[in-house]
Design a protein around this ligand. Sequence first.
Ligand SMILES: NC(=O)c1ccc[n+]([C@@H]2O[C@H](COP(=O)([O-])OP(=O)(O)OC[C@H]3O[C@@H](n4cnc5c(N)ncnc54)[C@H](O)[C@@H]3O)[C@@H](O)[C@H]2O)c1
Length: 416
Amino acid sequence: MQRLRLGLVGAGRRAQAHVQSILALDDRFELAAVCDVNAEAAAAIAQRTGAQAFADLDEFFRGGQLDAVDIVTPPDAHHVIAKAAADYGVSMLVETPIAPTRQMAALLMEAAERAKVKLEVAENVWRWPAERLARQVLESGAIGRVLRVYCLYVTGGYHAMNLIRTYLGFPQPTVVAAHVRRYPVDPYTFNGADHVDETWTSATIDFAGGATAIHECSSSWSSPVRQAVPRFFAAHGTKGTLVSRGGVVEVGIVTDGKLQRYSSETEWSASGNGRTAKQLRLGPPLNLSYDNPFEPLVAQHPELWRGGEDEVARADELNSLYRAVVDNVAPEYGAENAYRDEELVVAMNESGFAGGAAVSFPLPSVTRWEEETHAAFRRVYGVDPLADLDGARKVLFSVYGARVPAPSQPNAKSSG
Ligand SMILES: NC(=O)c1ccc[n+]([C@@H]2O[C@H](COP(=O)([O-])OP(=O)(O)OC[C@H]3O[C@@H](n4cnc5c(N)ncnc54)[C@H](O)[C@@H]3O)[C@@H](O)[C@H]2O)c1
């Protein structure tokens, strides 16, 4: 099997998980180089893996002789690093979101297109084993035509939009109405930053063809305050209902006027230290199954890979980049889909800005929320997010960087 020389940009929290997956896929990748403006962070991963460490992006691309790069920097930096990768002719996997605004995402996509390099986005939710099985149920027509999708997801945003769009088969959105509000919460520290509030989003999204999505999430993707909120996905069809929670897919179908219930069963791998799903299945009359192609990794790399649903998804997206480069095929999810997910996030924020007023598609070329995000980027980093990408390469980006605060909820008071 051909091995690709892979570079990693960003050696922070999420990168630790990526490194485990890259090392486990050692038949496909050699982790050749790691780059972080925080030289110590890059050195720590390099020491552990044998990769070469860089603190300068241009030296990394010039010296790394890379076939592909995995971009795991804060979202504000994705288009900056991705444009550099494209300039050096290197294919890439970009962490989510593809970029905070459509304009930043477009710059990134155009650069990859011009350079004819592959661009995959590390969207993981639709790659979780239970969601692969859930989609088979929906595509089989077992619950009929899907009228509504429910997505209650603690971290919200683009991941939730990915789930909704994949459940519905990627229709065009028509109208979004969202309440996006900020509430004070008792102070807490998370991801090295102090937090005193949370953002809450509640949205309905109408799609061409008549389906509607109902989405709710509390806080941004990072807060531990709502970690106890259960994840809940459902689809209501003309013949029945699908519910996905806790890695189990439940289906209720009315047959001859009577409700029949079916629940997925998981066969767990018997080898390795981890507990990875070997197969998820729904028996007769549905007869559907998902076979996890990465299950052998738990036995092959017990010290690296335990095989949880998110690890399966990460192996899957790295493999998608690998196949795209080696077989010269389109990445499985791709930038266009990630752009459409983020477009819905933009629409929700825009509606939130307008006090919940409906926002119709197509969106204006630049929304007020996007303009404010670009202004916040200039204020926080001292460079323009669209005009000075080369100047931004050396900026130390932060996951809490150029975020536009949601309108605060009137009358909401902190207990502290
Ligand atoms: N798909 C998921 O479920 C998921 C989960 C967590 C995080 N993420 C994404 O992963 C990415 C990284 O998040 P994180 O939590 O690891 O952030 P982090 O802040 O822990 O790490 C980011 C790293 O990037 C480095 N960096 C900043 N500017 C840079 C530059 N100009 N060049 C090179 N390196 C630079 C920082 O020094 C830091 O080490 C984000 O895009 C986030 O949205 C995705």
